[in-house]
Write a protein that binds this ligand. Structure first.
Ligand code: S3P
Length: 165
């Protein structure tokens, strides 16, 4: 059975929706960032601070490889995971990619108090979100075979995904 890979921008709800879907389907859920953190014994923020983003990206690809060996899992990718073609290739081998598309305005609102995500600890947060989203939205769209409007509650989005599957 194929894995379901949830992708989309930071704050689009991948993890919450993934957990919800897992309850609804009884498919096991794993969050890629939490998986990396458990293996490293450090938070994502600490990995960025101590070793830099490139090291985090290496660990992320390693995690994609390991998780792609599973079957029938719901996997929440990180917002940057699919910006590397090798990660798309790895995850696609055993999974269907679902893009959760959330508007710029809603992402800014959801992320405005974030302290956890290293890329957003900047003064011009909304500008950074705008620029990254412009670059990444076409990548998510191209990688995913299922596109979902994510501008609803996580419960509703999980129901929509189930309806589409
Ligand atoms: C990142 C997104 C984060 C996490 C890291 C980098 C990104 O995951 O992997 O902070 O490049 O967009 P979430 O999308 O789960 O916040």
């Amino acid at each position: 059975m194929k894995n379901l890979i949830l992708c989309g921008f930071m704050g689009c709800g991948k993890s919450t929706i993934g957990r919800r879907l897992s309850k609804m389907t009884e498919m096991p859920f794993v969050d890629l960032d939490r998986y990396i953190e458990e293996k490293a014994g450090l938070t994502v923020k600490e990995i960025f601070e101590k070793y830099g983003e490139n090291k985090f990206r290496e660990l992320e690809t390693e995690a994609c490889r390991e998780l792609s060996e599973k079957s029938g899992y719901i996997i929440a990718a990180g917002g940057g995971t699919l910006t590397f073609q090798k990660n798309i290739d790895i995850l696609k081998e055993t999974g269907r990619i679902i893009y959760i598309n959330v508007s710029y305005e809603m992402l800014c609102e959801r992320l405005k108090r974030d302290t956890r995500r290293p890329l957003l600890q900047v003064e011009n947060r909304n500008e950074v979100i705008k620029e990254l989203l412009k670059k990444r939205a076409p990548i998510y769209e191209g990688a995913a075979s299922i596109h979902i409007d994510g501008n609803f509650t996580s419960n509703r989005v999980a129901e929509i995904i189930l309806g589409v599957l």
